[in-house]
Design a protein around this ligand. Sequence first.
Ligand code: SAM
Length: 175
Amino acid sequence: MAKDLFLFFAFIFSIGLLITALVSIFLKVPYVPTRRKFVEKLITAAKLTKGQKVYDLGCGDGRILFAAEKITGCAGEGYEMAPMVYLLAIIKKILGRKKSKICCKNFFKADGSSADVIFCYLTPEILKKIAEKLMRECKKGTKIITHTFAIKSFTPQNIITDKKNGCPIIYIYKI
Ligand SMILES: C[S@@+](CC[C@H](N)C(=O)[O-])C[C@H]1O[C@@H](n2cnc3c(N)ncnc32)[C@H](O)[C@@H]1O
């Protein structure tokens, strides 16, 4: 009986992993979590103030939103389509009693008009597409924060570089 139950859950888990891998191929963005130390750097760079609305497009396990909520009290909204990663974010939200909303939805269908700060850790190709959408619908003054990859069509307001090698690591844009 216990063995059957184990096999059942192992099967469900494998199916979940397979679907997650297929969704990641379809989205053209794999799940690569931001390193924990780096999350704080991003939040400091965003200069969040209480009551601001924070978005993470492709929020993964929600770590940026949950850390922002813990440090600044800002409740955010995250979008994640890979099923197992979304499930992980939901588990973390429940266990951590977080207020931030996690949506299993394509961020291209999200409405960014009420966002004050938007975090994106995406590939240059997807950043290019999402930048056009953000430009159309975000209010003036909305900050877009990317790391590792820049939005080529935008001029950054500020670039934070790595102290060791001087390479750009965080890009801050303002609509
Ligand atoms: C590089 S990971 C970053 C995760 C998280 N933001 C972090 O910094 O730890 C990008 C995430 O975006 C998700 N993603 C990619 N395209 C998406 C889309 N169109 N809608 C929702 N999520 C998407 C992927 O499944 C992946 O988990």
